[in-house]
Design a protein around this ligand. Sequence first.
Ligand SMILES: *Cc1c(COP(=O)(O)O)cnc(C)c1O
Length: 387
Amino acid sequence: MSLDDELSGALDARRQQHLYRQRRNVESAQGAEVVVAGQRLVNFCSNDYLGLANHPHLVEALQSCASHYGVGSGASHLVCGHSREHQQLEQELAAATGRERALLFSTGYMANLGTINALVGKGDAVFEDKLNHASLLDGGLLSGARFQRFRHNDLADLEGKLARSEARRKLVVVDAVFSMDGDLAPLPQLASLCQRYNAWLMADDAHGFGCLGAGGAGTAVHYGLSQQQLPILMGTLGKAVGSFGAFVAGSEVLIETLIQQARPYIYTTAMPAAVAAATRASLRLIAAEEWRRQHLHSLVQRFRQGATALGLQLMDSETAIQPVLLGSAESALQLASALQEQGFWVAAIRPPTVPPGTSRLRITFSAAHSQEQVDALLQALQRTLAL
Ligand SMILES: *Cc1c(COP(=O)(O)O)cnc(C)c1O
């Protein structure tokens, strides 16, 4: 069979199962409202939780840095792509998270792949929560270590697996805030479990950094976990930070090991220096502007109260990620498109991103939203569900 004949069969099957994905061309900056195909939509599907992606300080930092460094970084960090802006950003990330050092990666996906693969391999074992982000699961699978998933946030299930493991290196990996459910991992309990079984703990704080903890320093600070308790801390810069890229923070020895061993660090072009400069501007706003986190939190509370009154099935989440569980992929798609007709952009999340039968709307809030926009979303949900 020809390539296209073979592939189109699989695409058709995907369409029939309501699992086909499509891109839309956005015609505006990120913000509480975006323009898509000429239509203005209130945006409830972005990860720009603090409303910083189009902040004038970030734009200005990017522009003025680009006028000094240009656009391209020219090479990988280990050749000639590592600028003073990158170096300073790494120092600021280490200070913000209370770690000895931090290392920038070009994306969070690469940070996870690179870190897990630098730390474990054949003969080792990696334990991952079933609901971990795809990049963590892929990193574990690729590593060649014995890959075991434990039930979501189930300490007893993990403990049983750790107790039975005879691997020399044991790595436990979780999302600090689960990306599709919005709930937190029990990191303090995981940290003590790891200490008891001589395992290393890694947490991916893609959805906590910027939003949780004093000064937005993230979930590790929220729980007061030291570098010793949580030795491998990863965060991303494309979500609440409103920029692009990712980092891993931890000990001097961990960071030096990643520089030497993490292939997705070594063999890729460094992010542009201007992106690092914009990220630095964002970190200053994140630390200084507590009101963004407070406002975000009050919007989330308002939504949860209103949605509960409507009888919607919410999840156990206090974060900006508020899924509404629907079950079938088809009903998630229908509800999302009914909301779009009323001017709201909400993502229908379907397998394989979430387990079969758990399709949902993933509603995300931002400090850029107003109370009125949240109320309008609730009214649109009410109208749609009454149909
Ligand atoms: C978004 C995300 C990533 C990937 O980060 P990118 O910088 O977008 O590649 C990794 N982990 C989690 C939990 C995420 O939500």
